[in-house]
Design a binder for this molecule. Structure first.
Ligand code: SF4
Length: 343
């Protein structure tokens, strides 16, 4: 049932077709509306010139196309653009555009706040407020296309504020529009969902028939080490998480990306590399090594460059494909939740 004045982007293609049927209009108008919204990216129903004036009036009476307000826009020296958006109910979210030579990646938020409280992340400070709607997720992409006037966004990563798999239904609805040739037409393999490790939802995602990429915040090699940074590990322990990742990889034939923070003497040790080698053995995966930030809010130190390289080399010798992440947008607080937290 369509609510009065809901955002039209909350409707999937089948839902829009059903709505048209309910008002005795032909289903092909759904193709026209999707083309106007997601390909031509217009913001007013009045500009949808191949719709009759009656149908445009009908849409205007029932739907909105909400544009989030830009509260702050920071542009990094490396070209990264971070925007703090305000939603209709004054909740704030962050979206980051990261340009590179061959791609333009957009990091999208899925919730206002977060319940999971990972120790390295500013998004959880202040707690969880609410899930974003499908329209609010999609509006970040459309708004950033306009604001940055960049080359067309080619990759989407759900790594902004919030835990994507904790807002599962709206996430999947948005992903289907992003992926659809009638929608934003971005290939599934260019869409990455990041999770702190919500095991039941990883298993559900594996059954969606979508070959999207899965990134998992690992940040430990055992329950003991992972508990330090990831409170979620107490509910979803590391071995069960890896089993779920294995299921995901087998069902989708996609490589899992693990994010792993390097803390001197804690997660960056020979014992840790050996533990990771055992844990990830035989799994189609790669691991992104992220040296911890020396000014972050927890009391750990980053390893030296030599220690980082030797950790990576040890993993490679153990058969784990490991890379060291180059930080982007450091000068504009581009890490998850930083801007939202400081304003
Ligand atoms: S890393 Fe993700 S899941 Fe963890 S607190 Fe931040 S937003 Fe939430």
């Amino acid at each position: 049932m369509v609510r009065n004045q809901c955002d039209i982007r909350d409707l999937s293609y089948p839902e829009l077709t059903a709505y048209l049927d309910s008002i005795h209009e032909a289903p092909f108008h759904a193709d026209q509306v999707f083309e106007w919204i997601y390909q031509k990216q217009v913001r007013q129903f009045d500009r949808m010139s191949n719709l009759s004036s009656g149908l445009r009036a009908q849409f205007k009476g029932h739907f909105i196309l909400f544009e989030p307000a830009v509260l702050q826009k920071n542009v990094s020296s490396d070209g990264t653009v971070k925007v703090l958006f305000e939603l209709q109910d004054k909740e704030k979210i962050e979206t980051v555009m990261i340009p590179a030579s061959q791609r333009v990646t957009l990091c999208v938020s899925t919730q206002a706040g977060c319940k999971f409280g990972c120790r390295f992340c500013a998004s959880g400070i202040g707690g969880w407020k609410r899930n974003l709607t499908c329209a609010e997720i999609l509006s970040q992409i459309l708004a950033m296309n306009r604001i940055t006037e960049a080359r067309r966004i080619s990759h989407i990563v759900f790594m902004g504020v919030g835990e994507p798999l904790d807002n599962y239904d709206n996430l999947i609805k948005a992903v289907r529009v992003i992926n659809s040739p009638k929608g934003l037409n971005i290939a599934a393999r260019r869409i990455t969902v990041s999770t702190c490790g919500i095991i039941p939802m990883i298993k559900k995602l594996a059954e969606e028939g979508l070959q999207i990429e899965l990134a998992v915040s690992l940040h430990g090699f055992s329950d003991e080490s992972r508990n330090i940074l990831m409170p979620v590990n107490k509910k979803y322990p590391i071995k069960d998480l890896i089993d779920a990742c294995r299921q995901y990889s087998e069902a989708t034939r996609r490589q899992i990306t693990f994010e792993y923070i390097l803390i001197k003497g804690v997660t960056c040790t020979e014992k840790a590399a050996e533990g990771l080698g055992r844990l990830l053995k035989g799994l189609l995966c790669k691991i992104n090594l992220i040296p911890c930030n020396p000014v972050s809010e927890f009391d750990y130190e980053p390893p030296s460059r030599d220690q980082i390289c030797s950790f990576r080399d040890q993993l490679q010798r153990l058969g784990v494909h490991a890379t060291i992440r180059t930080p982007r947008g450091k000068d504009v607080s581009a890490a998850c939740g930083q801007l939202r937290h400081t304003i």
